[in-house]
Design a protein around this ligand. Structure first.
Ligand SMILES: [Zn+2]
Ligand SMILES: [Zn+2]
Length: 245
C-alpha cells in the first residue's frame, strides 16, 4: 500500500501547506482520502490523473477536507472528460452534503448531466465496507458535529493497514483505530494548547503507550505546532510525502 500525502496542512494553509488530500494506492485500487479546498492545485502540481481515482472518501464536511469536491466533479466533466464511474463515500449524509456544496460553489451545477456514473456510499462506524478493493472501517472521532459525523478510518489491503484520524480531539476511539496498524497518520494541531476539537502534541504524547502502531506521522499542524522544530519520536508529514506500507 502506498500513501501519498498531497496535502498535510491545517484549515488555513499554515506553513504554505495544502489542505488535507491523501492518495491511496492499494492493489488495483486508487482512492483519495479527503479532498480539501486546495486539493485541485495539489493534484495538478503532482500530476495526478484524476480519472484513475475511482473513489473519494471523506472524513467530515469541513472545507479543508471536503471543499474541492465541486471542483473535482467539474474537472471530471469538462477538463479530464472522465468516463470512469466515480464513488463518493463518507459519513452519513454524504450525498446531501455533496449536492449542497456543488450548488453553493457552482450554482446550477447540481443539475448537470454527468458524463460518468456517480455512486454515493455512506460509511458508518461498526459497519465495515469495501471501496476500490480496500477494506474500510470507520471510527467516530470528536471534532465538530456541525460538520459531521466526523470519522477516522482504517484502510486495509494486502495485509497492510493504514489508519488516519481525520480531525479530532483525543478520544479513546483512537486506540482501536490505531491498533495493529502499520502506520497512523494523526492530526496534531497544537503543541500543548488543549482544544475541544483538535489534538495537541502533549496529549498525544501522553497517550503514546495506548497506540499500538510502530509508526506515527503527525499532520494538520497549526502555526504553533509548526514553530516547534525540535526532533520528535514521531514523523512530521509534509506535502508530497510518500508512505509505503
Ligand atoms: Zn481540518
Ligand atoms: Zn475539521
Amino acid at each position: 500500500m502506498k500513501v501519498t500525502i498531497h496535502g498535510s496542512g491545517d484549515a488555513f494553509g499554515s506553513g504554505g501547506r495544502f489542505n488535507t488530500c491523501l492518495q491511496i494506492e492499494a492493489g488495483d485500487g486508487r482512492l483519495l482520502l479527503d479532498c480539501g479546498s486546495s486539493s485541485m492545485v495539489a493534484l495538478n502540481k503532482a500530476g495526478v490523473s484524476r480519472s484513475r481515482l475511482s473513489t473519494l472518501l471523506f472524513t467530515h464536511f469541513h472545507g479543508d477536507h471536503f471543499g474541492a469536491l465541486p471542483s473535482f466533479l467539474l474537472d471530471a466533466q469538462f477538463v479530464s472528460r472522465r468516463r470512469e464511474p466515480l464513488t463518493i463515500a463518507g459519513p452519513a449524509g454524504i450525498e446531501h452534503r455533496a449536492r449542497h456544496a456543488l450548488e453553493a460553489d457552482f450554482p446550477g451545477a447540481s443539475t448537470n448531466r454527468w458524463r460518468f456514473p456517480i455512486t454515493y456510499v455512506e460509511v458508518t462506524p461498526g459497519e465495515p465496507a469495501e471501496l476500490a478493493g480496500v477494506a474500510i472501517e470507520a471510527f467516530a472521532m470528536v471534532h465538530d458535529e456541525r460538520a459531521g459525523p466526523c470519522q477516522g478510518y482504517r484502510l486495509t489491503q494486502g495485509g497492510k493497514t493504514f489508519a488516519y484520524s481525520g480531525d479530532t480531539a483525543w478520544t479513546d476511539e483512537l486506540i482501536p483505530l490505531a491498533a495493529g496498524a502499520d502506520a497512523l497518520l494523526v492530526e496534531c494541531y497544537t503543541w500543548d494548547r488543549v482544544l475541544a476539537n483538535h489534538l495537541d502534541y502533549r496529549t498525544l504524547r501522553a497517550h503514546r503507550g495506548d497506540l499500538d502502531t510502530p509508526r506515527i506521522i503527525l499532520t494538520h499542524m497549526g502555526p504553533d505546532m509548526l514553530a516547534h522544530g525540535e526532533p520528535l519520536p514521531e514523523t512530521r508529514a509534509h506535502d508530497g510525502m510518500v508512505l509505503v506500507l
